[in-house]
Ligand binder design. Structure first.
Ligand code: TNX
Length: 545
C-alpha cells in the first residue's frame, strides 16, 4: 500500500460507521457515587404523586412537577404524607442527606415502585431533583406533551458538591438583558447545579439598577439619573465592528421590582444573587449621569442626554475613575451599596475593583478601603476582583475573585487576612474567549487561540493558587463579559457547553474527573439542550448524539 501513499488503516477508518456511543446515564455533573441496579426501572404514570415530607420539601417537589408536567401531560399533584402507589417522595430534614454534606448533599434512590430523594435542606433536595430530571428520557425537556415512555433506570446515588460556590457571572452593563432573558439563563444553568448568579450591574457603558434618593442627601445627587441617563446607554460597536448598541434595543435597567423578581427566580433555582457595583474604575456610566461625581472643572463624560456612549463605545477597559479626593465619591458609593444591600438577601456585595488603569495606587487603595468598609458595615461579605487582594481586607470576611494576574497576591490575602477565593481564571472560565476559532465573535487573548472545552474542563481549582489550602477556595465561576456578546441566544452559544464543564469542575471530586468520560456524558446532554431550546456550540471533539 505504500505505493498509494496512504495506509489501509486510515482508509478503513473513513469507511467504518462511527463507533457506537458508550452506554452512559449521561449525568452531569458526575455524582460522587452512582450504583446502577439490575432491576426494573421506575415508570412515571398518569396518576403518579409527588409526596413532599418535611419543612422545605414543597419547593423542590413543585420544581420537579413543573419540570415534568409540560412534556408528560400528567397532573403530578404535590401532596403531603399518605401516598398512593408508586410515588416520588422528596423528604427534607436533618438526617435525610449524606452526613457531613448537609448544605447541598442528597441521596436519590430509584426502584420500580418508588423514587426517593432525601436531603437535609431544600437546596440539597433541589440538587436531587436536577439529577432525577437527567435520568428521564431527553423528551422530558419538551415544552409540549410528548408521547414517550417515562422510565427512570434503577439507581442509588449519594452526592454532594466539592465546592460551595459554583457560579456564573452575567455582564448586563455592556448590553442589557431583560428579566425574561436573565431567567432563561438561570433556568439553563440551574439544571447543572450552578448555584450563584453574579450580576455585573454597572460598567463604563451602562448602569442597570434603580437607586432611590436618600432622605439625607448632602450633595443633592439625583440618583434617578443613573438609570434615566445611563440606563439608556450601551456599547455601540464591539472590537470586531459588530453592532451592539441602542439600535438593537440593548439598553435598559432593572427596577427594584425587576431585581426582586430575579432574586426570587434565582432562589427558586437554588441560586444566590451576588450583585456587583464596579468601582472605582469602570465607572464612566456613573460619571456620565451624575455631574457631582466629576472632579470639579471636568466635563461629565459623555454629556448627559446622549443615547449611546460615544466615548469609547468599543471594548477598551480601565479608562475611567472616581475621584479619591472628592467627598461625593464616598457619599455616592455608600448610598448605592446601602440600597443594593437592602434589596439583596444573599450575604455578598461585589465592589469590582478591577482594571483601575487611570487611578494612582494611593487613590485606588484609599477608595477601595473605604468601599470595603461600607460593604462590611452593611453586614455583607465584600467581594472584589483580584486587583484588590492587597488592600485592607477585613479579617476572615472578604472574598477575592481571581481572573488574571498575580496569584501570589491572592495567596497573601488568604494568609494575612483569612480571605476566601473564587476562581474565574480567564483561560478556564471566560465565556467570551472563543471556544473554537470558527466562532465569529469573541477574544483569543486568554489562551493565545481558542479556549476550548478541554481548557475549561482540565484544571484543578484546589491547586490553582499555589500555597493555599483547598478549604480557602469557595469555588469557581464562569464569566460572561459583554463586549462581544449580547442577547440570550448568543450568550448561550458562547457559554454552553463550557459552563457545564465549569459546573462539573466545581462539583465533582478531582480524582473522579476525566475529560473523555465527561464528553461521553455531555454528548447525551446535547439532546436535552436541543429539546429544551438551550443554544449551544457543537464542540468539535464531542460525539453529539
Ligand atoms: C477584563 S475580567 C475585565 C472586563 C472585561 C474582560 C473581558 C475583569 C475583572 N475585567 O471589564 O469585560 O476583561 O475583556
Amino acid at each position: 500500500w505504500a505505493t498509494y501513499g496512504y495506509s489501509i488503516s486510515e482508509f478503513e477508518i473513513w469507511d467504518l460507521p462511527p463507533a457506537p456511543p458508550e452506554p452512559t446515564l449521561g449525568l452531569v455533573p458526575e455524582p460522587v457515587s452512582v450504583e446502577e441496579q439490575d432491576a426494573t426501572p421506575f415508570t412515571l404514570h398518569q396518576n403518579t404523586r409527588i409526596v413532599a415530607i418535611g419543612d422545605g420539601a414543597q419547593a423542590p417537589a413543585r420544581y420537579l412537577a413543573d419540570v415534568l408536567r409540560p412534556s408528560t401531560g400528567h397532573r403530578l399533584p404535590v401532596v403531603g404524607q399518605g401516598w398512593g402507589p408508586a410515588p416520588i417522595v422528596i423528604e427534607v430534614g436533618p438526617g435525610n442527606g449524606p452526613d457531613g454534606h448537609e448544605a447541598e448533599g442528597y441521596t436519590l434512590t430509584v426502584a420500580a415502585k418508588r423514587v426517593r430523594i432525601g436531603a437535609d435542606t431544600p437546596n440539597g433536595a433541589l440538587n436531587g431533583v436536577q439529577t432525577l430530571r437527567q435520568l428521564f428520557p431527553q423528551w422530558v425537556e419538551a415544552g409540549t406533551v410528548t408521547g414517550a415512555e417515562w422510565t427512570v433506570p434503577a439507581v442509588t446515588i449519594t452526592d454532594y458538591p466539592r465546592f460551595a460556590h459554583r457560579g456564573m457571572m452575567l455582564d448586563v452593563a455592556r448590553s442589557f438583558y431583560p428579566v425574561s432573558e436573565v431567567k432563561a439563563y438561570i433556568d439553563a444553568a440551574a439544571q447543572f447545579k450552578v448555584n450563584r448568579l453574579h450580576l455585573h450591574l454597572t460598567d463604563d457603558q451602562g448602569w442597570r439598577i434603580a437607586i432611590d434618593n436618600p432622605r439625607d442627601n448632602p450633595s443633592g445627587i439625583d440618583y434617578g439619573l443613573l438609570t434615566e441617563v445611563s440606563g439608556a446607554t450601551a456599547m455601540t460597536y464591539n472590537g470586531n465592528g459588530q453592532l451592539m448598541g441602542t439600535e438593537l434595543g440593548l439598553t435598559g435597567h432593572y427596577t427594584k421590582a425587576d431585581y426582586a423578581e430575579i432574586v426570587r427566580h434565582a432562589g427558586e433555582n437554588g441560586m444566590t444573587v451576588i450583585p456587583e457595583i464596579d468601582v472605582p474604575s469602570h465607572t464612566n456610566a456613573a460619571l456620565h449621569a451624575i455631574p457631582q461625581l466629576n472632579t470639579p472643572g471636568a466635563q461629565p463624560r459623555p454629556k448627559p442626554g446622549e443615547a449611546t456612549v460615544p466615548h469609547n463605545g468599543t471594548g477598551s477597559v480601565g479608562y475611567s475613575s472616581f475621584d479619591a479626593g472628592s467627598d461625593v465619591t464616598y457619599e455616592f458609593v455608600e448610598h448605592v451599596l446601602t440600597e443594593i444591600a437592602e434589596m439583596t438577601p444573599g450575604p455578598y456585595l461585589h465592589i469590582g475593583g478591577d482594571e483601575a488603569h487611570v487611578t494612582s495606587h494611593a487613590d485606588y487603595t484609599k477608595m477601595v478601603d473605604a468601599f470595603t468598609r461600607s460593604a462590611t458595615s452593611l453586614g455583607k461579605t465584600v467581594v472584589g476582583w483580584n486587583e484588590y487582594a492587597g488592600t485592607a481586607l477585613p479579617q476572615d470576611k472578604a472574598v477575592v475573585q481571581f481572573w488574571n494576574g498575580n496569584r501570589a497576591a491572592v495567596a497573601g490575602a488568604v494568609r494575612d487576612r483569612g480571605a476566601k477565593v473564587i476562581l474565574s481564571p480567564a483561560a478556564h472560565t471566560y465565556v467570551p474567549q472563543k471556544q473554537d476559532l470558527r466562532q465569529p465573535q469573541g477574544g483569543t487573548w486568554a489562551c493565545g487561540g481558542a479556549c476550548g472545552l478541554d481548557r475549561h474542563y482540565n484544571w484543578d481549582p484546589g491547586t490553582f493558587i499555589p500555597n493555599i489550602a483547598e478549604s480557602s477556595v469557595l469555588g469557581v465561576e464562569s464569566a460572561l463579559w459583554g463586549e462581544f456578546i449580547r442577547r440570550l441566544g448568543q450568550a448561550q452559544y458562547y457559554s454552553f457547553p463550557r459552563i457545564i464543564a465549569t459546573a462539573e469542575v466545581g462539583w465533582t471530586p478531582q480524582a473522579q474527573r476525566d475529560y473523555g468520560d465527561f464528553k461521553t456524558r455531555l454528548a447525551k446532554v446535547g439532546g436535552r439542550l436541543t429539546v429544551q431550546g438551550t443554544n449551544f456550540f457543537p464542540t468539535a471533539d464531542v460525539a453529539w448524539l
